[in-house]
Design a protein around this ligand. Structure first.
Ligand code: ADP
Length: 448
């Protein structure tokens, strides 16, 4: 096992990794930007290194500064968290080249899954169901493209192979708009991602977003920890997540889970990963794989009892997974509310000083947050303030627990979306479950 790990991130995930290190008896080194010097992760880590000013390109994206901090502090491995450099294949390579361990999959796997055309190709080979569409980049000639779209059926969606964060895609309703839409998406993709390759899929009308958590080690073992439902989204940003996904049967869970596990084994995947699917009319359709820890991993930890960050560290050290698939016993129901520093009506970020805060606690409640009374939310980074999670025997009880937890939570000095969460947990449609990815935006339109 490692003796010392460097954490190349900030916010709640940096703290989450510091805690995992402490529980495993591993020393932690946190890197931080000038605006993060007074944060909990910096205070609680064994060591900390300032790597630059607030803007991320000068600090949390500064690969050289991070790697030299790791080398100078004697860390053996780097945990990238999520965001920033977590899915940057060149960084994973640079870490390895410096003689350190990247806590995550190989650069090759990151690269493959970062290219969505390549990712879909791999999934089809592994028997993972994908959204019907172009199997690869779009064909060469206009006639071939038009014929393909006709076969897939309108509406279709044009997506950039290197797209991410909900950008680089366009829905097309009819044939007369197809070629123009492809040309526009291509030039945007070239400008934004430096890669003009686009592909085409059937546009699903009312899908749910369901994703499968996997863990794999260097010895060829892979397991899945069931699924999460992340359909409550605004502008492709997840707002509430839950595990398990309501209405998914045990046999569906095992079937889709096994397909993901097979894909991991096929590509020699190592670490934690998430297969994202759209789910409609009882069918799963792969859209992409995230090759990192995700924000919402916490709710899977609650229903599985497995510490995913500790597992990442364990397998990165070359040790086998401590669990087989038969050891994974999912039980109960968990929710996560992402509490963001944002205006509850305009959704604009509200950086600033938290004059006072209190988070809920007690039976069935878990809060992962890097803030405390007096903390400052800087404008330079994402607006996540806290992840309020609850866990109960069944979904209805978990709804009650979340209502109580949200009532107890208090954040003063800045606006947050706490009030939005309170209203959503009172909403009958959401309480019934199985809502589509459009539900939240429609709700906001009608209620705010
Ligand atoms: P990104 O990497 O940018 O997040 P994804 O491929 O995960 O891109 O797609 C982001 C979102 O776009 C999905 O969560 C879904 O809301 C929508 N989307 C993507 N593909 C389709 C599709 N084939 N049909 C309907 N909606 C889609």
């Amino acid at each position: 096992m490692f003796k010392k790990i460097l954490i190349a991130n900030r916010g709640e995930i940096a703290l989450r990794i510091v805690r995992a290190c402490q529980q495993m008896g591993i020393k932690s080194v946190v890197v931080y930007s000038q605006s993060d010097k007074d944060t909990l992760a910096v205070r609680l880590a064994d060591e900390s290194v300032c790597i630059g000013p607030a803007p991320a390109p000068k600090s949390y994206l500064n690969q050289e500064a991070i790697i030299s901090a790791a080398v100078m502090s004697g860390a053996e491995a780097i945990h990238p968290g999520y965001g920033f450099l977590a899915e940057n294949a060149a960084f994973a390579e640079a870490v390895t080249d410096a003689g350190l361990v990247f806590i995550g999959p190989t650069a090759q796997n990151i690269r493959q899954m970062g290219d969505k055309v390549e990712a879909k190709k791999q999934m089809l080979l592994a028997g993972v169901p994908c959204v019907p569409g172009s199997e690869g980049a779009l064909p060469e000639t206009e006639n071939e493209v038009l014929a393909l779209a006709e076969k897939v059926g309108y509406p279709v969606i044009i997506k950039a192979a290197s797209g991410g964060g909900g950008r680089g895609m366009r829905v097309v309703d009819k044939q007369s708009e197809l070629l123009k839409a492809i040309a526009m998406t291509k030039s945007e993709a070239e400008a934004n991602f430096g890669d003009s390759v686009v592909y085409l899929e059937r546009y699903l009308q009312k899908p749910r977003h369901i994703e499968v958590q996997v863990l794999a080690d260097t010895q060829g073992h892979a397991i899945h920890l069931g699924e999460r439902d992340c359909s409550m989204q605004r502008r492709h940003q997840k707002v509430i997540e839950e595990a398990p996904a309501p209405g998914i049967s045990e046999s569906q869970r095992q079937q889709i889970g096994e397909a993901c596990v097979n894909a991991c084994k096929r590509m020699g995947y190592v670490g934690a990963g998430t297969f994202e699917f759209l789910y409609e009319n009882g069918e799963f359709f792969f859209i992409e794989m995230n090759t990192r820890i995700q924000v919402e991993h916490t709710i899977t930890e609650l229903v599985s009892g497995i510490d995913i960050v500790q597992a990442q560290i364990t397998v990165a050290a070359g040790l086998p997974l401590s669990y087989q698939q038969t050891d994974v016993k999912l039980s109960g129901h968990a929710f996560e509310c992402r509490i963001n520093a944002e205006n509850p009506y305009t959704f604009l970020p509200t950086p600033g000083k938290i004059s006072y805060c209190h988070f809920p606690a007690g039976m069935g409640v878990r809060v992962d947050s890097h803030v405390e009374s007096g903390s400052v939310i800087p404008p330079s980074y994402d607006s996540l303030v806290a992840k309020i999670c609850v866990y109960a025997a069944d979904r209805a009880t978990a709804v009650n627990y979340m209502q109580a937890a949200l009532k107890e939570a208090s954040i003063e000095g800045i606006d947050t979306n706490l009030a939005l969460h309170k209203r959503l947990f009172e909403d009958k449609g959401f309480q019934e479950g199985e809502v589509s990815i459009h539900y939240l935006e429609q709700w906001i339109e009608q209620n705010i």
